[in-house]
Design a protein around this ligand. Structure first.
Ligand SMILES: [Zn+2]
Length: 237
């Protein structure tokens, strides 16, 4: 379910049965000449929707707010760079507001994963967890669950990310924008990882399915923990 499309009685029911919310978090960022600039966020959003379809809960509208993007690194264009503090407070306020509404487990799916960006997201999550013993927030790079079974997913506009966008939104990828031959130099094309010219929708689908397969059981475990705490605290009243 998409949060913004829920009626109040539907949200009441979700909070009662499965108080789980996912925030897909990405950026507007250069992803080579062959991918749409919203790649990070679009893939995280679709992965979040897939996971939600499997375990329940709601997906918030995707957040386009990236720190440490390709712009400060080497001036890549069509990229919107936000301040560290903006990312921190925007996330912390989302977490606090969702908790205030009754959500007890909140997952941030990070589609953008510059190290410093990941650090500030984790800092906001830690702060939230320090303040609330009844609830739990976690933030995962979208490639992390595949990594639990040794499948390497993360790159920047390389074979993996390009394949994921081909799987979810083939209309947003145009491989012909890359040179047909020769090396794809990182500094020039803003691409890292395996060669994006080897990307396929089938590879993207495998990564997408692996994400749900690996993430769903962990989410169910975490959900059982917070529901247990809620049950016990109700029993004390
Ligand atoms: Zn990316």
């Amino acid at each position: 379910m998409k949060y913004e499309e829920c009626l109040p009685h539907q949200l009441d029911e979700i909070i009662q049965e499965c108080p789980f919310a996912i925030i897909p978090w990405g950026a507007h960022e250069w992803h080579g000449p062959h991918n749409a600039v919203g790649l990070d966020t679009i893939k995280a959003y679709h992965m979040a929707l897939d996971l939600c379809a499997e375990v329940g809960g709601v997906v918030l509208p995707p957040v386009y707010c990236g720190y440490q993007t390709m712009k400060p690194w080497r001036g890549f264009r069509h990229t919107l760079e936000f301040r560290r503090e903006t990312v921190y407070w925007l996330l912390l306020q989302h977490l606090e507001q969702l908790y205030d509404e009754g959500f007890l487990l909140i997952l941030v799916v990070m589609g953008h994963y510059g190290n410093k960006h990941v650090d500030i997201i984790q800092e906001a999550v830690e702060r939230f967890n320090d303040c609330h013993s009844r609830a739990r927030a976690v933030a995962w790079q979208d490639y992390l669950p595949a990594g639990w079974v040794e499948v390497r997913g993360g790159d920047h506009a390389g074979r993996n990310e390009t394949s994921l966008l081909m799987h979810y939104r083939p209309d947003l990828v145009d491989i012909s924008q890359l040179p047909a031959e020769g090396e794809i130099v990182h500094e020039i094309y803003g691409v890292s990882g395996d060669d994006p010219r080897e990307a396929t929708p089938e590879h993207g689908r495998m990564l997408a399915e692996l994400f749900v397969e690996q993430a769903a059981p962990k989410i169910r475990d975490l959900l059982a923990e917070v529901l247990d705490i809620r049950r016990k605290s109700h029993g004390q009243l």
